[in-house]
Ligand binder design. Sequence first.
Ligand code: NAD
Length: 270
Amino acid sequence: MPGRLAHKAALVTGAASGIGLESSILFAQEGANVLLVDVNLEAAKKAANRVLEKYPNVKAIAFKADVGKEEEVKAAVDTAVKEFGRLDIMFNNAGIMHPADDNALNTEEKIWDLTMQINVKGVWWGSKYAILAMRENPTDEAKGLHTGGSIINTASFVASMGAATPQLAYTASKGAVLAMSRELAMVHAREGIRVNTISPGPLKTPLLMDFLNTAEKRDRRMVHLPMGRFGEAVEIAKAALFLGSDESSYMTGIDMKVDGGLTSAYVTPT
Ligand code: NAD
């Protein structure tokens, strides 16, 4: 059985951990070659080895890049094209939630700027170089390969709902990811380049669990979760697989909420 991403090439940022790692594994499982991009090269290499142990028939290559630096994002995309001959799926997933991110009064400008640099400019540059690469994708009808591709940007439920536990810069950055992605989707719709976002709910990954480092902080959130649990990174990866595959060929400009019902909640079950 050919995989759902057979013959495709993918680049995943933040691939060494959490959503990015689980997505890299799933993409490879479905037949894609994957460039695992992360600022932490050692962890990215471990992740690529994990992928290759499970799926030795695909290429899985670790690449060091800080998505907050344009030239490094360009180098990552160039490497994917050089290694795989094309780029079909760009998963702009890397993001930070800084421990010093707070409310309007306490958040320092340097924390705001760092968050925007990585979470917003990183997605802009990732999209920019992916668009340039996807325009050049060779076609091969027999293999189902076309010009264009699928760009997936990781936003967050906080882009759509307010929280009285503030992380002002992070929330604003994810709102920007949503708005930017909708516009990218419209501008490039006729080029066969689809752009969608995923808004995960709160997950059991280091990004959130390092932040929610006491039972009290976790319980403060848990009461608002309709399903009564935090999500798993792999549950987001499954949505990324769908958006990256041709199964979502008529979907662009959408925000896929994978949040256990959180953004539909008024009163949750007890
Ligand atoms: P994670 O901490 O498990 O993994 C993030 C990865 O990104 C790490 O490997 C880290 O080294 C890498 N990274 C950080 N800064 C980078 C940079 N400048 N350049 C390249 N790589 C960098 O986090 P996760 O939970 O998998 O988060 C992935 C995405 O999902 C983020 O954009 C995050 O904002 C978003 N998100 C997470 C949650 C959650 O609850 N965990 C909820 C909503 C949205």
